[in-house]
Design a protein around this ligand. Structure first.
Ligand code: PLP
Length: 384
C-alpha cells in the first residue's frame, strides 16, 4: 500500500542502512557472519536465570524513569572503583534502551538548531543523522586511514563559536583505535574554557587489548564535568537484543537528557535491568572480557595470516579493518558483495561509516563470534 500523502523526508540522504542490505544478502547466501557487531554465542546462563526469576517475581511493569535503583547504585560503585569518580545514582546515572538511546537522548537534549557537532569519521552510523535531525550541522573530521590517529590540530581548527559538542568513541568502532594520554590532553586543552559538551561513546570500555588501559572521560575531573559518558550493558553481557545501556553526566546535563528519555521510551526493560544489576556487582563478569575478546581477535588474525588481506592493528572494540586495495580495484561495497556471493562471507564496506561515502579499499571484520565461525570465515577469505 502507498499513502496519497505528501511526505518531506527529514533524512533525504539516508535510506535503509547498508547493514540491513548486507543482512538480507547474507541470509540469501547463508554467509558466515563477520559483519555484525553482535555476538553469536549465548550470555551466561546465570544472567538468563536472573531475568527469568525477575519476571516470575513480578518485575514486569515500567521501572522508574531513571532506571532500577539497584542497577544505578551498582553502577555508581563500579564507576567509582574503575574510574575514581562517584556519580550520584539519583541525579547523574540514567538507564537507557541501549547505548543508542543514550546517544540519541543526549544529542536531542543538548544540541540545538544551528549548533555544530564535531565527530570523527569513520564513525558509528548513529551520530550524523541524529545531529542532522536537530537542525544542527555535523562536522566530520577524518581519521587518516594510513595512520589511524586523530589529528587534534585539525580538530582545534574546526572549532567555532557554534561548536556545541565533540563526540569521541573509545575503543573505536570501526577502526579499533583507542584514545591515549596525548588524545586526552588535546581534548582537554581544546575544550577548556569553552561551552563544548563531550559526548563519550565508551560502549566497548572492557574490550581493550594489548595491556592498554581504557581512558574513560569519567577518570579526568576536568573532562568529566563537561562529559556525557555512554555505556552498553548489551555489549558487556553479550545481550545486545536486551536493549539496555546507560549514560552518566553531571546532574544539570542529566536532567536535560532525562527530559528526552522520558518521552522516548520512559524506561528500559525492567526485568532485564534487575537481572543485570546482580552481574554489575561481580567485577569478574566484566574483567574477563578483555582476555576473551583479545583471544577472538587473535584467532581471526591467525586464520587470515596466509590471506591476501592486510589487517590494521585493532587495540579494542569488536572489529578489525582489512585492506584489499592492493589486489582488487573494486569499490568496497562491490568487494563486500563479491565476498558474500563468491565466498559466502558477510563483511561491512568501510565506506558506510562515512556520511558522504568514501573510497576506502577496506572492509570491517567483526570478531565477536564463536571460534568456529572465526576460523571458517578466515579460511574462506584466505581462498581469495
Ligand atoms: C560505537 C558504538 N556505540 C554505540 C553502540 C550502540 O550500543 P547499544 O547496542 O547498547 O545500543 C554501538 C553498537 O554497535 C557501537 O558500535
Amino acid at each position: 500500500m502507498k499513502s496519497s500523502l505528501s511526505i518531506e523526508t527529514k533524512l533525504p540522504t539516508h535510506g535503509v542502512s547498508v547493514f540491513s542490505q548486507i543482512a538480507a544478502l547474507a541470509a540469501r547466501y547463508n554467509a558466515v557472519n563477520l559483519w555484525q557487531g553482535a555476538p553469536n554465542y549465548s550470555p551466561d546462563q546465570t544472567l538468563i536465570d536472573s531475568a527469568t526469576e525477575a519476571m516470575k517475581a513480578g518485575f514486569n511493569q515500567y521501572s522508574a524513569m531513571t532506571g532500577v535503583a539497584t542497577l544505578r547504585e551498582a553502577l555508581t560503585e563500579k564507576i567509582a572503583t574503575l574510574y575514581g569518580t562517584r556519580y550520584d545514582p539519583e541525579t547523574e546515572i540514567t538507564i537507557t534502551a541501549g547505548g543508542s538511546e543514550a546517544i540519541y537522548a543526549t544529542i536531542a537534549a543538548l544540541v540545538k538548531q544551528g549548533d555544530e557537532v564535531i565527530f570523527f569519521e569513520p564513525a558509528f552510523e548513529v551520530y550524523e543523522p541524529v545531529v542532522r535531525l536537530q537542525g544542527a550541522k555535523p562536522v566530520p573530521i577524518q581519521i587518516p586511514l594510513d595512520r589511524l590517529k586523530i589529528d587534534w590540530n585539525e580538530v582545534a581548527a574546526a572549532v567555532t563559536p557554534r561548536t556545541r559538542m565533540i563526540i569521541v568513541n573509545t575503543p573505536h568502532n570501526p577502526t579499533g583505535i583507542v584514545m591515549e594520554d596525548e588524545d586526552i590532553a588535546a581534548l582537554t586543552a581544546i575544550t577548556r574554557d569553552s561551552n563544548i559538551i563531550v559526548l563519550a561513546d565508551e560502549v566497548y570500555e572492557h574490550v581493550i587489548f594489548d595491556g592498554m588501559e581504557h581512558r574513560s572521560m569519567c577518570r579526568y575531573p576536568e573532562l568529566a564535568e563537561r562529559s556525557v559518558v555512554v555505556f552498553s550493558l548489551g555489549k558487556t553481557y553479550h545481550v545486545t537484543g536486551w536493549r539496555i545501556g546507560y549514560c552518566v553526566a553531571p546532574a544539570d546535563l542529566t536532567s536535560e537528557i532525562r527530559k528526552i528519555h522520558q518521552y522516548l521510551v520512559f524506561s528500559a526493560p525492567t526485568p532485564l535491568q534487575v537481572a543485570v544489576a546482580k552481574e554489575v556487582s561481580r567485577p569478574e563478569s566484566y574483567q574477563r572480557l578483555r582476555g576473551f575478546y583479545e583471544q577472538k581477535r587473535d584467532i581471526l588474525t591467525q586464520a587470515l595470516s596466509t590471506s591476501r588481506f592486510k589487517l590494521r592493528p585493532s587495540h579494542g572494540s569488536f572489529f578489525v579493518l582489512a585492506s584489499f586495495d592492493h589486489f582488487s580495484d573494486l569499490n568496497d561495497f562491490d568487494f563486500a558483495k563479491q565476498l558474500l556471493v563468491e565466498k559466502g562471507v558477510g563483511t561491512i564496506p568501510l565506506s558506510v561509516f562515512y556520511g558522504h561515502g568514501a573510497e576506502t579499499g577496506m572492509i570491517r571484520l567483526s570478531f565477536c563470534k564463536d571460534d568456529e565461525t572465526l576460523r571458517e570465515g578466515g579460511r574462506r577469505l584466505s581462498t581469495l
